[in-house]
Every structure is written in C-alpha cells, then in structure tokens.
Design a protein around this ligand. Structure first.
Ligand SMILES: [Zn+2]
Length: 430
C-alpha cells in the first residue's frame, strides 16, 4: 500500500512539473532586451538604483510600521490613513481615498496620455485582534502579513520617494494604489471598484504581491465561491421526527454535486472544486433548522466555471426536491445559494509589451523569469484584456496566510529597483 501511494505521488509530481514547463515556453523579443539595456545606462536610472539601496533602512522601518497596523478584511481604514499620509509627505501630486477605501496617489506624466498603475494591497487575511507586533531574529522579520503584502506597500513608498528625490519625470501618468479587499472574502473588491465602468482610466497595471524576483504573473486563475444554506423548522429528534432535515439535504447535495463534478473535471482544462466548510446544528438530538456549506470552484477557463455553477445548482435543487418528498410532516425545506466570491480568469499573451518588458527587465537582473497563473488583483484587468502583471515583492519569505509568516531582507532592494525599471519602461521617461 505504501508503495502504491509513493507511485501515485510520483505521477502527480511529474504532471505538475510538466505543467510548469508548459507555461514557460516564451521568447523575449530583442527590442525589449535592447530597451532594457538602454534604460539601465541612463544616469537617472543609475542614481535611482543607488537611492533605493541607500533607502534600505527606511524601507524596512516603514515596512515594520505598516505591518504593526492591523488591516483585517473590510477593516483596512487605519492602515490606509497612514499610507495615504505617506503619499502626501513624500510628494505625490494628488492623494485621495476612494469610496471603496483604496488609497490612490497620482504623479502627473509629462505627456499624460496614458496611466500606468502600480499596486500593493492593504489588507491581510488576519482577523481583528491578531498580534501583529514584528519579531526580529537576525535578519528575519516575523509577523502576520509581513510579506503578503505589507512589503509591497513599503516598496511603493520607496519608489515614490526615489522618483521625487531623483526628479524622474515619467511620460505617462503614474497611479500608485494601496488597494483594499484583495484577500479571501474581500473578493478583489478594491480592484473591482477601480475597474468599474466610469472608474479612473488605467492603461496598464502592475501589482506587487508575493514571491521572489522572477515571478511574472500574466494569467488569472478564476474562482467562484458559494455559501449554500438549507433551512427548515427544526425540532426534537424523536418528538418531531418526520420533519425535513437540512443536514440530510446538504449531505445529499454534496453527493449529487461530487458525482457530476467529478465526471466533468476529469477531462479538459484544469478545474477544481472543494467543499471547505460545513456548519449548522445545535445538538445530537435536535433536527437542525439550518445547514450551511461553503464551496470553492476554480478553473483556468471561464466557461467551465459557468458549467460547474449549473452542476452545483442542479445538485442542490435535486437534493431539496428529494428531501422534501421524503418528509412525513411539517413545512418544506428551503435553500439559498449565495455567490460569495467571483474572481474572473483570463490570460494575456506573453507577447504583450508590458509582459515582454517585465520579462526582459527581470532577466537583466540575472534572474530567469517564469510566467505564472495566479489569483491576484491582476485577475480583474487581465479578464478585461487590460495589460497587467503581478511581480514578486523580493527578498525571501514564507508561511504566508499563517501566524508565523516571515520575510528576510535578502537583497530586498533589488525587487524595488526591478519594479522601478518595469514601471518606467512601461510609462516612458524624459
Ligand atoms: Zn497578497
């Protein structure tokens, strides 16, 4: 049995590796490596790189300061205020917090025909009351949210300070964004708000979020999430026996769904499903009045998310019907399907200028770039066909989304230099 398990694990590992390779057959056009070289020779860029290295202790100080201001989902306001104040003191042309809570700072371009946005997210996954004091051991920082994504926020401040101090004049407008609601049930609400119809015009989007230098995320992994609630009158397990039981309906709904979803997802572009949370019920001898489950469905292909949604609806409605037919007394069960998450999927060509510039710039830093598919703020512009990438926050880090998250300042400044290079190659400079 042990041997069999080992073989199965081996097969999965191979498939996974193949998938990674498949995503990394790309070419970098010569003109982008040449532009990169040209940019690296500019005296302003050289001075800016030196400035970023000099600012290393400041970047770290702000990084710690921001990490120690809690930013739970839907409660980012306190951190947002401090972040916005930094935008003001560091010389942003205009600073505002929009109605969703995003912090926005605009640097006017000399031509101003386009707007290039640079984003890091304000929120963490951690609930209110989580201990966020940063613990430092040697050169490693420990705290919830230290890498995801507070390092990104402090990188944005250093970039702004560098652009102002070195008097760099971009041609396009630069929009710096500290976004809300990237994580979990925040469901990308900050970036969705920005890209709403009638929102500010954004022509290119660069998000800094997670990972070392080298990550170039140009594909969005889409997900739909649901909370499904079966409700009934509830009652005594013996005295009220015969009432329709919400847990029985939920169990049947899962069985129905897993059967059809399993068959569907065995073929075609990768699609996953997971019942992650089940709750409800008061005691062993009570018929529950409520039964709840939360389901996460993901796919690289938007059309398959739609199919999975209809499979889920059918499974749930069939279970409701069956259990209502089975009841011997009392009112019928009802069911509510709430869609609590909707992250669109999509892909941008690796030939797109922004993607090419990011790949070429990364390579110039002596790192082999790799294309990824992820679930980040970039999902929204990617799904709309707007050029977007997510790049790494650099340094070394791990245990994201856990209480012992850590980040080490291993040449952390390099990721900031790289972000500046990509930003200015995309926006152009005088
Ligand atoms: Zn993140």
């Amino acid at each position: 049995m042990k041997n069999l398990k080992f073989i199965i694990a081996g097969v999965f590992f191979t498939l996974h590796t193949l998938e990674l390779h498949a995503q990394n057959e790309f070419t970098i056009e010569k003109k982008y490596t040449q532009t990169t070289k040209k940019f690296l020779k500019k005296s302003k860029i050289k001075a800016a790189f030196e400035r970023i290295a000099l600012l290393d202790p400041t970047t770290l100080k702000r990084h710690i300061e921001l990490t120690e201001i809690e930013a739970p989902p839907f409660k980012e306001a306190r951190r947002a205020k401090v972040f916005a104040d930094y935008f003001k003191t560091l010389g942003m042309d205009s600073v505002w917090i929009d109605t969703e809570g995003n912090v926005l700072g605009l640097l006017q371009g000399s031509e101003g025909n386009r707007t290039v946005a640079l984003d890091a997210h304000l929120d963490t996954v951690f609930p209110e009351g989580t201990e966020v004091k940063v613990r430092i051991e040697n050169d490693t920082l420990y705290a919830p949210g230290i890498g995801d994504d507070t390092r990104g926020l402090s990188m944005l401040l250093t970039l702004l300070e560098t652009i102002k101090t070195e008097q760099i004049q971009p041609k396009d407008n630069l929009l710096f964004v500290g976004s809300v609601g990237e994580e979990g049930l925040g469901d990308l609400r900050g970036v969705k708000h920005l890209f709403r119809s009638g929102g500010p015009s954004i022509d290119a989007w660069i998000a800094i979020d997670g990972g070392a230098i080298g990550r170039v995320n140009n594909k969005g992994l889409g997900s739909y999430r649901y909370r499904i609630t079966f409700s009934g009158p509830g009652g005594h397990s013996w005295g009220a026996f015969g009432l329709a039981n919400p847990h029985h309906a939920l169990g049947q709904a899962i069985t129905n769904f897993v059967q059809t979803a399993d068959a569907y997802t065995r073929k075609g572009p990768k699609t996953s499903y997971n019942v992650g949370v089940i709750s409800g019920g008061t005691s062993i001898n009570s018929i529950p009045f409520e039964s709840v489950m939360e389901i996460d469905i993901r796919s690289v292909d938007p059309a398959r998310l739609e199919v999975m949604e209809s499979l889920l609806e059918d499974a749930v409605n069939q279970a409701l019907l069956d259990q209502n037919q089975r009841k011997r007394r009392g009112p019928e069960l009802t069911v509510k399907i709430d869609k609590i998450g909707n992250r669109p999927s999509g892909e941008l060509s690796d030939q797109l200028p922004l993607v090419q510039r990011t790949l070429a710039a990364t390579q110039a830093f002596g790192v082999t770039p790799y294309l990824t598919r992820g679930s980040t703020n970039s999902n929204i512009p990617i799904a709309k066909g707007i050029p977007a990438v997510t790049i790494g926050r650099g340094g070394d880090g791990g245990n994201a989304h856990s209480l012992d998250e850590w980040w080490t300042n291993k040449e952390g400044h390099k990721a900031i230099q790289l972000a500046l290079l990509i930003l200015l190659m995309e926006a152009g400079m005088e």
